[in-house]
Design a protein around this ligand. Structure first.
Ligand SMILES: Cc1ncc(COP(=O)(O)O)c(C=O)c1O
Length: 503
């Protein structure tokens, strides 16, 4: 089978002169490295066309479909973002009603806005002992579909940013009983279903549309992603139309080559790479099992992705951001994110032994330091829900307990659709004065870019406190501005405009 790297390299070494884009003409310029320029082309003769693939790109996409167990797969160069935009846009008619997990990435909301969709939310369950939003349970999906019979598509995120995996097989059955499609934003799960002992991916579990960020969890270049489609509930022509709309007309062949390269090597050596990954990861967790203060979310019953090491600081007296800063400044370990009460470190098949060794050493040493500080530190690690006792030390295997779906930490839904609300006139008010007001913009905790407030939702006391706490701990809250004379402020919908539109 022909692969892009060899083909691009052969072309670069040939005497064919480029009287075409890109403007670097395959030569180094300024600081741009030569090798990168040599391989960077877009659609020229012999290299097929991403928007109408008939040759090498068609074969590579078929190969991707085989690898993941999909009927049809598409290479994406605008990240999972464009996959989610396309999937949501084609899965139900404009103005239709979608059932969507509230912890969806902002791209899902953007799709709903662009297509004027009505949204009913599924609030993910909540794991109090780790302070995380957990999976969506199949019974939640069943109840919502029974309550709202005009829902035309369902969208779930699995794995979540924190690595929580929903029971997609059971959810797909429920959704399909209604004759509607299930979309799974599996942006964080491009590695699933490719190695023994790893959870299956959502194509293998019956989802109609599945989106993978290849760049997140496989060794590939940033922005690379895949979209897979299965079954007959999705209009394939419409899907391709939206991919043409949301994707660049000049796809980068460096990115396409990156997807090919990752999938080719995973296809060839996946069993060995994933087995080694798992073995190193488990060995690390075993060593970390002696920790008395830091806790690790581990659950090999198929509900936690091992690519995400969630380190909880709840009850330790330090915040997630403090642990994040210690790991960065003292140990030079750059983590993926910090939240109020945990940090996330990502591991993939491309980590070397030292990735595990350095993390283990650092965490053991921090845990020993926490032991010396017992009683001296504050209670900062116990956000909001801090009434429960500190869980047992070391690694915790989940016991299947979960609290009720929690709508309280999110904005209060008020009946104005996102499509209408985001176009309304806004004014900027002090954060403290926004209580009870309808939001005019998204407010996202970043990373990962999940909106805690969506345009048209009301600011509540609980969300207000959640924002203040995040800011106080040095976390990024997108959408909250510092405006002159007002301090922390947010855009809210003008009451006048609200009245007009609601009348
Ligand atoms: C759950 C989820 N879906 C989709 C995306 C968008 O992915 P991409 O960056 O590949 O566009 C992200 C990005 O962080 C994400 O966390």
């Amino acid at each position: 089978m022909e692969h892009l790297f060899e083909k691009l390299w052969k072309h670069a070494e040939s005497d064919c002169y480029p009287y075409h884009m890109p403007g670097h003409k395959r030569r180094c310029f300024g600081m741009l490295p030569e090798e990168l320029c040599k391989l960077d082309i877009t659609e020229i003769d012999g290299f097929d066309n991403l928007h109408q693939p008939e040759d090498i790109l068609s074969s590579l996409q078929q190969e991707a479909a085989r690898l993941y167990g999909a009927e049809e797969s598409f290479y994406l160069v605008n990240g999972s973002t464009c996959g989610i935009l396309s999937a949501v846009s084609c899965a139900l008619p404009g103005g239709g009603h979608i059932l969507m997990a509230r912890n969806c990435h902002k791209s899902a909301y953007h799709a709903a806005y662009l297509r004027g969709l009505r949204i009913t939310y599924l609030y993910p369950t909540y794991r109090e002992e780790y302070d995380i939003y957990d999976v969506v349970e199949p019974c939640q999906v069943r109840c919502a579909l029974e309550r709202e019979p005009d829902i035309k598509a369902v969208l779930i995120v699995s794995p979540t940013y924190e690595g929580r995996i929903s029971d997609i097989g059971a959810i797909a059955e429920i959704v399909h009983e209604k004759g509607i499609p299930l979309i799974v934003d599996e942006a964080h799960g491009a590695h699933l279903g490719l190695g023994e002992g790893f959870p299956k991916n959502s194509c293998q579990l019956g989802a109609d549309l599945v989106i993978h960020s290849v760049h997140k969890t496989l060794p590939a270049l940033t922005q690379t992603a895949l979209l897979h489609v299965n079954g007959n509930r999705i209009h394939r022509g419409l899907l391709k139309r939206f991919l043409r709309i949301y994707q660049s007309s000049s796809p980068s062949y460096l990115l396409l080559m990156g997807i090919d390269n990752a999938l080719q090597f995973v296809g060839l050596q996946g069993q060995m790479l994933f087995a080694r990954f798992r073995q190193r990861y488990e060995a690390m967790l075993k060593e970390l099992g002696v920790c008395k203060h830091l806790r690790f979310l581990t659950d090999f019953q198929g509900r936690q992705d091992i690519g995400k090491l969630l380190i909880s600081v709840k009850g330790t007296g330090i915040t997630g951001k403090q642990l994040y800063d210690i790991l960065l400044q003292e140990y030079h370990l750059q983590l993926e994110m910090a939240s109020t009460s945990y940090v996330l470190a990502m591991f993939t098949i491309n980590d070397e032994e030292q990735a595990y060794g350095r993390m283990t050493e650092a965490l053991l040493s921090i845990d020993r330091w926490l032991e010396t500080q017992a009683g001296k530190l504050g209670t900062a690690g116990t956000r909001g829900h801090g009434t429960e006792k500190l869980g047992r030390a070391g690694t915790d295997v989940l016991d299947g307990k979960w609290s009720d779906a929690k709508a309280l930490d999110w904005g209060q839904v008020d009946g104005i659709s996102l499509g209408v609300a985001w176009d309304m006139l806004t004014e900027v008010v002090e954060l403290g004065e926004s209580m009870g007001r309808l939001m005019g913009e998204f407010i996202n905790l970043y990373p990962p870019g999940i909106p805690i407030l969506v345009p048209g939702e009301r600011m509540t006391e609980a969300v207000y406190r959640r924002i203040l706490e995040a800011i106080a701990q040095g976390l990024t809250v997108q959408g909250v501005q510092v405006s002159e004379g007002k301090g922390l402020s947010v855009p809210v919908i003008c009451e006048q405009d609200q009245g007009h539109d609601l009348a």
